[in-house]
Design a protein around this ligand. Structure first.
Ligand SMILES: Nc1ncnc2c1ncn2[C@@H]1O[C@H](COP(=O)(O)OP(=O)(O)OP(=O)(O)O)[C@@H](O)[C@H]1O
Ligand SMILES: [Mg+2]
Length: 255
């Protein structure tokens, strides 16, 4: 099962992606947690210690690997061998395999086509060739998913919080996802405190578009004061994520 999580900045994508990774890791053999957001903090949310996380080199910066697989001369392979990369280069945390994609620099005199090709191939391999659960924190933009790889996403979750801006962003993401050929997109409302907020979000989407509403959780909010760690966010949040996971399974008919 391949899930992608997107939505406006700060809505709770990383928190929800990390919660789902942990929840699936409890019942599945292997869960790949992919940090596709250059402003990465999925590692911390998964409970990977900060100094360890800081030492994890993003794939985009693994020059030797990229050159050895893609060719280092003026020519490079358009389909470098990547199928063993997730196993070999992922950070292991129980049955979670964490990969940080990193950012390919743009512009300047240098061409970063080789790095881009490598990352695209790796994402395609994760989304199209693997049987495991793959959960990808996409950050706010999904445009770097190519048309071909978007096909591999079974469900895109678009997170919103109770404000108009995040809902407008969600609308754009939903449209972009459809244009890219993503099979299914569902909205998750997050940080709900009042009935009015619940109604606001419910009233902003068509029936069926909204998958779940998650309450504002003091423990989760408080965890941001230290290193954000969804693992320590408390039972209430975990049980809400568990419900979300069940709804995802129902939605994908996999339970
Ligand atoms: N249900 C919740 N209740 C309370 N606080 C929450 C909840 N979900 C997320 N948060 C808090 O909101 C903040 C933003 O969350 P998070 O980093 O997961 O968002 P994001 O969408 O990944 O942000 P970015 O766009 O910067 O990557 C964090 O401080 C997090 O602890
Ligand atoms: Mg994030």
């Amino acid at each position: 099962m391949k899930l992608a999580v997107s939505g406006k900045g700060g809505v709770g994508k990383t928190t929800i992606a990390a919660g789902l990774v942990q929840s699936f890791a409890n019942t599945h053999k292997l869960v790949y947690a992919i940090d596709g957001d250059p402003d990465a903090c999925l590692a911390a949310a998964l409970g990977i210690p900060e100094d360890t996380a800081n030492r994890l080199k993003p794939i985009a910066e693994m020059k030797e690997l990229i050159n050895s697989r893609g060719g280092s001369g003026s020519f490079y392979l358009l389909n470098p061998k990547v199928d063993d990369v997730p196993e070999q280069y992922a950070y292991r945390l129980g049955n979670i395999r964490f990969l940080r994609m990193g950012e390919v620099k743009k512009g300047g005199a240098d061409c970063y086509c080789r790095e881009n090709t490598f990352l695209q191939a790796l994402i395609a391999s994760l989304l199209l060739d693997r049987g495991e659960v793959v959960i990808m924190d996409m950050g706010a933009g999904i445009e770097h998913l190519s048309r071909g790889t978007a096909r591999g996403v079974d469900l895109m979750l678009v997170v919103v919080e109770p404000n108009r801006n995040s809902i407008n962003t969600a609308r754009n993401v939903i449209k972009m996802a459809a244009d890219l050929g993503i099979k299914k997109t569902r909205v998750v409302g997050n940080k709900i405190r009042f009935d009015r907020e619940r109604e606001f979000i419910t009233g902003s989407f068509q029936p069926g578009e909204l998958l779940e509403l998650i309450k504002f959780n003091e423990d989760v909010w408080g965890s941001a004061l230290g290193p954000a760690d969804a693992a320590k966010a408390g039972k209430n949040f975990a049980s809400e994520i568990e419900t979300l996971r069940e709804k995802i399974l129902l939605e994908l008919d996999e339970n």
